[in-house]
Design a protein around this ligand. Structure first.
Ligand code: FNR
Length: 193
């Protein structure tokens, strides 16, 4: 198969020196030849207001159209208080609304995350997987990329300097690409049946 897979990468941190944004930039450089990635930054997304869901702010409409034009999504999540940061959940909520216009519907998705603690965002990642159920996203199960002790894995300018983490992110990008192609192939087969 020589089809190119378009991945949209979203990190759940607005912090300039964010390890998760740095991990996302690293993933962009570790793609297989059959994939490309665009990054959507969440700093322009306002707090969710259901009064506006049918006529959302332009940044939200832009995000929804980027999601729709992507073949797959890579979420790079920090862990805040054992869960997904509000910034990421807020963006997820906007793009899932209004009812019947869920931009995430049917998208293949992978997760990774970096934390300064020992568990590398494991708890946040499992909460995100639970959210995928309602969104009807097709979560990639493995590999799981949890980056603990992030301060030791990136240099001062956000370059990933840990070889094992680089290898695992590369494996994740290959697995997401193959998962997306597999789902596309199945959908084509079903449509032709
Ligand atoms: C954290 N941090 C954190 N870390 C963790 O491993 N488990 C947790 O539950 C939390 N909780 C938490 C709550 C809040 C409000 C903040 C601000 C931080 C620490 C977190 O791992 C660290 O700040 C990371 O650097 C955040 O990711 P970015 O911004 O570097 O991408």
């Amino acid at each position: 198969m020589n089809e190119s897979v378009k991945i949209l990468g979203i990190a759940g941190s607005l912090r300039k020196g964010s390890y998760n944004r740095a991990a996302l930039r690293s993933a962009q450089k570790l793609l297989p030849d059959s994939a490309r990635m665009e990054i959507f930054e969440l700093d322009g997304i306002p707090p969710f207001n259901q009064d506006l869901e049918t006529q959302p702010p332009s940044a939200v409409s832009e995000m929804k159209s980027e999601i729709r034009s992507a073949d797959a999504i890579l979420f790079v999540t920090p862990e805040y208080n054992y869960s997904v940061p509000g910034v990421l959940k807020n963006a997820i909520d906007w793009a899932s609304r209004p009812h019947g216009d869920n931009a995430w519907d049917g998208k293949p998705a992978a997760i990774m995350g970096a934390s300064i603690g020992m568990f590398g965002t494991a708890r946040a990642q499992y909460h995100l997987r639970q959210i995928f159920v309602y969104l009807n996203m097709y979560a990639l199960n493995r590999p799981e990329v949890m980056i603990p002790s992030a301060a030791d894995k990136f240099d001062a300018t956000g370059n990933l300097v840990d070889e094992d983490t680089r290898k695992r992110i590369k494996e994740l990008m290959l697995a997401l690409t193959n998962w997306t192609l597999r789902l596309k192939y199945t959908q084509k087969k079903l449509a032709a049946a």
